[in-house]
Design a protein around this ligand. Structure first.
Ligand SMILES: [Zn+2]
Length: 284
């Protein structure tokens, strides 16, 4: 279990998957072995010896000013998905968060950076054959722009993730539609980083003059620091996603802000540093 301390704020990473199964062809088509192997600093944490991308799906548990906040909720258990590794999973997520001091009944806030199936899964769990909110005492924060979009979508080829992981939260009265600049505590707030989805947000943390940002999917893999123009297959608006990523890299380059990449494999967090015309991820 990885933990970071940002001033008075604790952040704990709960990993659901970390492997090479999110293949480049699916996640970042241009990040082929031939294209990433020359980027030396990606080894050994972010690509394997054959140039396969290593990626992760995880939740972050944030403790700030007495609030227990869960950022993104992974894939979930028992969900019907067409991606084999995502289908009817049986992971120990609930035990792991409880062990980390976040029993599901004690969570105050669930914040989804965006409404995609690898970020909303544990919003719900199967109880007596029905999808019910996993965190019965929480307010769930969804970007209203993302909800306006998802609510109108036909069921995706990935499976009915809206029906099993988002709509039940509304049905239970636990969903709050928020604008992208939403403040969660004095130390934790959301920031608009659109493109990957219409209302995509990142999470900012500042406490005692220490700073961090949780990216969400404005960047999927550290290779995009060396190759900022490589885009994800799943970007809603590729041009906007590209602008958002380039601005993000420029803005946080050589700044004392810990960057936690939402799909970055262990060690996951580091600093963006200039590397010629582009960037590199310094994980110390
Ligand atoms: Zn994702």
């Amino acid at each position: 279990m990885q933990r970071w301390q940002i001033g008075d704020v604790n952040i704990t990473r709960i990993i659901e998957t970390e492997d090479t199964s999110m293949a480049a062809e699916i996640m970042l088509p241009e990040a082929t072995p031939a294209n990433v192997l020359p980027i030396e600093w990606l080894k050994p944490h972010f690509i394997d010896a054959d140039g396969n991308l290593i990626a992760s799906i995880f939740s972050l548990l944030i403790e700030s000013q007495g609030k227990k906040i869960v950022v993104d909720t992974c894939l979930g258990n028992d969900k019907q998905r067409t991606v084999p590794a995502w289908h009817e999973r049986q992971g120990a997520f609930l035990d792991e968060i409880a062990h980390a001091g976040f029993p599901r009944e004690a969570v105050d806030i669930v914040a989804c950076t965006h409404l995609h199936p690898d970020h909303v899964g544990w919003n719900t769990m199967l109880i007596d054959g029905e999808w019910r909110p996993t965190f019965p005492g929480a307010r769930y924060l969804f970007s209203s722009l993302d909800w306006d979009w998802l609510d109108q979508q036909p069921v995706t080829p990935l499976g009915d993730y809206c029906g099993d992981s988002v709509r039940p939260v509304f049905a239970a009265g636990l969903a709050d539609l928020i604008t992208p600049d939403h403040q969660i505590t004095d130390e934790v707030w959301l920031e608009s980083t659109p493109g990957h989805s219409p209302g995509h947000v990142s999470v900012r943390i500042s406490s005692q003059n220490q700073h961090a940002i949780i990216t969400g999917d404005l960047i999927h893999h550290p290779c995009q620091m060396a190759r900022p123009r490589w885009c994800s297959t799943f970007d809603f608006d590729r041009q906007q996603a590209l602008q958002t990523r380039e601005y993000f890299l420029h803005r946080f380059c050589d700044e004392p802000v810990l960057v936690i990449g939402s799909h970055f494999s262990t060690p996951t967090a580091g600093h963006i540093v200039a590397d010629g015309d582009v960037y590199r991820f310094d994980t110390g």
